[in-house]
Each structure stands twice: as C-alpha cells, then as structure tokens.
Design a protein around this ligand. Sequence first.
Ligand SMILES: [Cu+2]
Length: 329
Amino acid sequence: MIRRAATWTLVVVGTTLVLSACSSPSMLDPKGTEARSVARIWWLMFGLAAGVYLVVGGFILVAVMRGRRTSDGRSSRISDHAFVWLGGIVVPIVILFVLGVVTVNTTAALRRPDADPLRIQVEGKRWWWAVSYTGTGITSAGEIHLPTGRPIEITLTSDNVIHSFWVPQLAGKLDVIPGQRNVLRFKITHPGDYRGECAEFCGIQHANMNFRVVAESPGLYERWVSQHRNAPIEPASDVAASGEHVFQSQSCAGCHAVRGTQAHGTLGPDLTDIGARPLLGGGVMTNTPANLARWINDAPKYKPGVLMPAIHLSTSQTKSIVAYLESLK
Ligand SMILES: [Cu+2]
C-alpha cells in the first residue's frame, strides 16, 4: 500500500515537473538580476520545506515501524515536553525568522530605484497591454522591446480593473491597479524572447492577456527605437493602399491608432507595427493573414467578451485591409 502511494506520488510529481519545464516560462530559469534574487528565495523556501518534510516524514516512519516500545522498560531520551517545544515552537520560529529577514531584505532591494533607468509606461486594458516608450513617441501593444544590461523602470497603470504584470523569467509580479502608479524595476542579463502574462484574474479573457518582451543588446535596441520613431512607410502595393483607405473610412480608425496617419483611436491596441507582432488578440491566435482576416471579421467568436465588435467587410475589403495591416512593421 505504502509502496503504491509512493509510486503514484513520484509519477505525479515527475509529470508535473516535466510539463512545467516544457510548456511555460519558469521563474526558476531567471534571465535578469531581480528574477535571480526572487528565484533564490524560492530555492531557500523549497530547501527548508523539503528538510522539514523529510524530518517529519522520517519521524512518522520510525513511529509506525517501531512504536513507542514502552513495554521493554526503556524510556525515550527526549521527553515529550522538550520534543514539542523544540519541534513545534523553536525550530518553526528560527525558520520563519530566516525567511522573514531574507524576504524583507530582497523586497527592499527590488524596490530601490536605479540611476538613469529606461522608462516605459504599460497600461493594462481589457484584455491586452498598451505600451509607450517615454520620450520617443513610440506606442505599441502586446510587445515590449527592452535592452539588456540597463536598469528598466516600468510604470504600471490600469483604466479598468486590477491586473498583474508578470514576466516570470525577468521579475516578480506587480499588481496593476486603477488610480495608482506602481513601478516595476529590473535588469535583464540575457537577450531573448520572454513571455509575459496577467497574473490577476481580471475578467472572462484574463487568460488571453499575454504579451512578450523582446530583450536585445543595447545597440540593437537603439536601432529598433530609431527605426520605429518614424511612422510606417506608405503602403507599397495597390491592394495595401486600398486597405489603408478601407481602414480609415470604416470604423477601424475610430478605435485604433497608426502613427503618421489619421487614425488616432485609443480604445483598441495601437497598430503601428502590427505586421511585426507574432500574436493577435492577446495570444488567442498567431499573426497570419488568414487569422488576421478571421479576427477582423469576427473577433468576439475567438475572444468572447472582447470590446472589438465583428466588422462586416466584403471579401475584397478584408483582403486589402489585411494586406495593409501586415505591411505595418
Ligand atoms: Cu488582466
């Protein structure tokens, strides 16, 4: 019976570890200075909890196998009283004290402002993230470009409900609260493409509020900024040019913005570089022409509750508007 329970425990724990390692980003694989200190606390807690588990489990095993053996006349070396005081009060106090000191010190270090950080504004929307790069005029959605090796300061706000901004490999979670400006500080040590998500239940599409952080060397980041400061170039093909006309004349421009054009809407995501984004709708689908056409024609079908209504366009209008949007990079 005990052997079967142990086997099942091993199977469940092993499967969980394997699945968690391959499917989603792990805070135990940190790629930033702050993420590393958060992971360090996790390992400390895990080590202490595992130690307690093993000791308590060992006592239970000994008790089950040997019993109290009071009949042979031998008395225990430690009295029950001392055992309860030591195991139930002294040891827990020491463990909680160590964890408390380490946690408070780490939290204070995480909140300490750096000199000359790169400032980004991120706003939690229903259900996507609006991004603006302070001092550059660049705005975007669902994707944040950042340089490695430089202190980053992200100011988080919300105009609707409480969200939580979390990029597990780069920093801890921070709540995004209406009427409050919370600041997340971190530094990225490795270039890469990191997945972020909302970590606070915020409504029906909470799970489809993903975003990505593209971390590049400072040189590549500066190049990206200088390329994206300018409005996108005029549509190269006729079909894309007529797509721009459809975009401006239909309801699209009322809710979305494309820098350098008449579209200044702020209700939906900024689409200035939508052609370069890998995902649509906060991660509900990959960004391909076919998916973009599906999304435009009936977004609520793929993301129930989304504020964007179904837009009824003709086949040629859809084709041209998709060509236009995919050209925006
Ligand atoms: Cu959210």
